[in-house]
Design a protein around this ligand. Structure first.
Ligand SMILES: Cc1cc2nc3c(=O)[nH]c(=O)nc-3n(C[C@H](O)[C@H](O)[C@H](O)COP(=O)(O)O)c2cc1C
Length: 353
């Protein structure tokens, strides 16, 4: 089956087309440090064609959820090195998903010297979990100044360099789900009157500057981007996501990135996969609720270069082998998705064990 054959996306070599989707699992230490149990988790899943890491913050401001990792200091880089080494030692490849939460944070989940920042000072409706006080409202963000926007772009540049220094094969920009890049793109979260707000050309500027910064360090052939144009997650709203993403992808196509990672989920206003195909049709990774047969068909038909799987990888560290051998899949325990420690994280056995 084509799904089990190797391919390349830019400079990234995939040993099969079954990609592990990025998943936040909240097993880092409180200071954004990757932990030993994370080394084991990623090592167990190294037979994926390529692993996309959980979202990793490019700065302390970029952290917002409890026990999530960063890649903005030397100790973090060193700890990530143990993870990439473990994956490579098993013949796998791994890219770092760079994720800045922007306004989606709570002060209890953030380092003491950090702030909750966004394109505009508009608080997201809703709550998030904190270890100290359970569910808490999202912080009121402070709007970034022009100088601060330039500094955030620099943070992404630095994080990309750090990811390469830590041994990652590439980087992926998290550009969906209501986090900072999506906040710049969308009319509901971006009310700026300067060159970063207003027209689609202005709202896509931040994302393009970030991608150029990342590509400037890693080379475009090691940079991917994840999108889900009509995603309402974290109180995100855009008046015309089709227009916004047409504008963005026209520019992105010219950058010659390694891949575009498209979550097909939406509210019916945009056909995400069709849009992605129009601009980067030969290097699409598709995602969201794929099973083996549908993924195989999409790859065999040439519609997708690869398919990423999230939930299926949680309880099936050997997902690739299980599908190859026709073995049944295990189901995961929702109660331990985000709890600290090994339980429900590295405790799922391989088939037959
Ligand atoms: C526990 C969990 C954590 C997730 N964390 C992230 C994340 O950090 N970054 C991201 O882009 N998507 C994240 N997602 C979304 C997944 O990457 C994926 O898009 C989603 O699970 C749908 O794919 P699936 O149907 O194969 O599970 C997460 C999903 C789950 C279930």
């Amino acid at each position: 089956m084509e799904l089990f054959t190797p391919t390349t996306l830019g400079a990234l070599a995939l040993r099969n087309r079954i990609v592990m989707a990025p998943m936040t699992r909240s097993r880092a230490a409180a200071d954004g440090m990757p932990t030993d149990v994370m080394v084991e988790y990623y090592r167990q899943r190294a037979s994926a064609g390529m692993i996309i890491s959980e979202g990793i913050a490019p700065s302390a401001d970029g952290l917002g959820y409890c026990r999530t990792p960063g890649i903005y200091n030397a100790a973090q880089v060193e700890a990530w090195r143990a993870i990439t080494d473990a994956v490579h030692a098993h013949g796998g490849s791994i890219v770092a998903q760079i994720m800045h939460v922007g306004r989606v944070g709570n002060v209890l989940n953030k380092p003491a010297d950090s702030e909750t920042v966004a394109p505009s000072a508009i608080r997201a409706n809703g709550e998030m979990y904190t270890d100290q006080q359970g569910m808490q409202p999202f912080d009121e963000p402070r709007a970034l100044s022009l100088d601060e926007i330039a500094a955030v772009v620099e943070d992404y540049r630095q994080a990309t360099g750090n990811a390469l220094a830590a041994g990652f094969d590439g980087v992926e920009l998290h550009c969906t789900s209501g986090y900072l890049p999506a906040q710049f793109l969308s009319t509901g979260t971006n009310r700026r009157r300067d060159r970063y707000g207003g027209s689609p050309e202005n709202r896509v500027r931040f994302v393009l500057e970030v991608l150029q910064a990342m590509a400037g360090v890693a080379g475009a052939s090691r940079v991917g981007m994840r999108i889900c144009p009509d995603n309402p997650f974290n109180d995100l709203h855009d008046e015309n996501p089709q227009q916004t993403f047409e504008c963005l992808l026209q520019h992105v196509a010219a950058l010659d990135l390694a891949y575009l990672h498209v979550i097909r989920f939406g509210q019916g206003r945009v056909d995400n996969l069709a849009l992605g195909r129009r601009y980067m049709g030969d290097r699409l990774i598709g995602n969201e609720s794929y099973g083996l047969d549908e993924a195989q068909q999409a790859v065999a038909a040439g519609e997708l270069a690869a398919v990423s799987f999230g939930r299926n990888f949680i309880a099936n560290p050997d997902l690739v082998e299980r599908w190859q051998n026709g073995q049944p899949l295990a189901t995961f325990d929702i109660a331990t998705l985000y709890t600290p420690g090994a339980d429900g994280y590295t405790t799922y056995p391989r088939a037959g064990n």
